[in-house]
Design a protein around this ligand. Structure first.
Ligand code: FMN
Length: 352
């Protein structure tokens, strides 16, 4: 059973200060491309009303040429605090995009300097900026100059194990005007594999004055507490742990505020959430939303007998009505047979 030390509780009791902006939670929902749209954030927010959330990353070059707000940048006026995340390598385009983010209602603007995907790095964006700190600095300076809201950076610890440069890089971001930095404790070469190296996050925290947020392997309340203890970070950011589980940020936030663990949702409650998620995605995006919902649905259906079969069916749904029928059947089966919790390996989950 996880326990909250008085020291940690006291340290985290104050609001998180991002420049002049205050957030009443030390747990953040990360930007997740293809996932953290307005619908998903609404589900997370229900359990974590105080937490900072992020849009999916938005391409600043795309915004420059199209000049039209893409759906992934849409923010609900009632959802606060909210950060819009941008990626690119051109300081002028990013500055312009940041102004559009302000107009859309962002509380902060975050620059993605951690994405490992080739399509992004070969154009000089995402984690490739770790290898080009001068451009990264120029980006932060240009965006800070363009907007009055705080500018933050999300990055990794380096390009490869041989090129871990996060200490110098983070210092440079702070000097350029970043008001907070989130460090994913993996190198670009690691992708999402191997454990996150939280020790580097602790070292970054030691040398910066701005808040440092720890990211990587934040899959449970226990992980978040261990990470906060080990690193001294100002907060934690949850990512893959929220896929099919929009309860996680709220669970950690509740624990850090009260020292007690929330009762976890049952498989039936998780499927009810999946049902609502599917319905909302369809209402928000139509048939495209249903196609996007397939992966979400398979993430919800796990950890109980019969889950693999349910995932198989949900991964190929063609329309909302079909998806709802399959989920309702799953709920019915669980309600009548009682549910038996089972451990499933990651590979079983990915196969579905
Ligand atoms: C499906 C997916 C999409 C992601 N999209 C983004 C993104 O748009 N912007 C970003 O900064 N990081 C993105 N990330 C990285 C995560 O925010 C996070 O840094 C990473 O998953 C490490 O945390 P974890 O080990 O707890 O998952 C993405 C990760 C995944 C798995």
């Amino acid at each position: 059973m996880t326990s909250l030390s008085p020291n940690l509780k006291a340290r985290l009791a104050k609001p998180l200060k991002i420049g002049h902006f205050e957030v009443k939670s030390r747990v953040l929902q990360s930007p997740l491309s293809g996932v953290t749209d307005l619908v998903f954030r609404r589900l997370v927010r229900r359990h974590a009303p105080d937490s900072m959330m992020y849009t999916e990353m938005v391409n600043a070059t795309g915004l420059h040429y199209v000049k039209q707000l893409p759906k992934i940048m849409e923010v609900d006026p009632n959802e606060r605090p909210i950060s819009i995340q941008l990626f690119d390598c051109r300081p002028d385009f990013l500055a312009e995009a940041a102004q559009m983010a302000v107009a859309e209602g962002a509380d902060t603007v975050d620059i993605n300097m951690g994405c490992p995907v080739n399509k992004i790095t070969k154009n000089g964006g995402g984690s490739s900026l770790l290898r080009d700190p001068e451009t990264a600095e120029a980006i932060v300076r240009a965006v800070v100059k363009a907007v009055k809201i705080p500018v933050t950076v999300k990055t990794r610890i380096g390009w490869t194990d041989q090129e871990i440069n996060i200490l110098d890089f983070a210092k440079r971001m702070e000097a350029a005007g970043a008001q907070m930095i989130t460090v994913h404790g993996r190198t670009r070469a690691q992708g999402y594999n191997g454990p996150a190296k939280w020790e580097w996050i602790g070292r970054v925290k030691e040398i910066l004055s701005i808040p440092v947020i720890a990211n990587g392997d934040m899959f449970s309340v226990d992980a978040a507490v261990r990470c906060l203890e080990q690193t001294g970070a100002d907060g934690v950011m949850c990512s893959r742990g929220t896929l099919g589980y929009p309860f996680l940020v709220g669970e950690i936030d509740h624990f850090l505020k009260t020292g007690t663990e929330k009762v976890k949702p049952t498989p039936i409650e998780r499927l009810e959430c999946a049902r609502e998620h599917l319905q909302m995605l369809w209402e928000y995006k139509g048939d495209r939303g249903v196609r996007q919902a397939r992966k979400h649905m398979t993430w919800y259906a796990k950890g109980f007998a019969g889950a693999a079969d349910l995932r198989g069916q949900l991964s190929v749904i063609e329309n909302v009505a079909q998806g709802l029928v399959i989920i309702d059947r799953g709920i019915d089966r669980l309600a009548h047979s009682g549910w038996q919790e089972i451990e499933e390996s990651e590979s079983q989950l990915v196969e579905a």
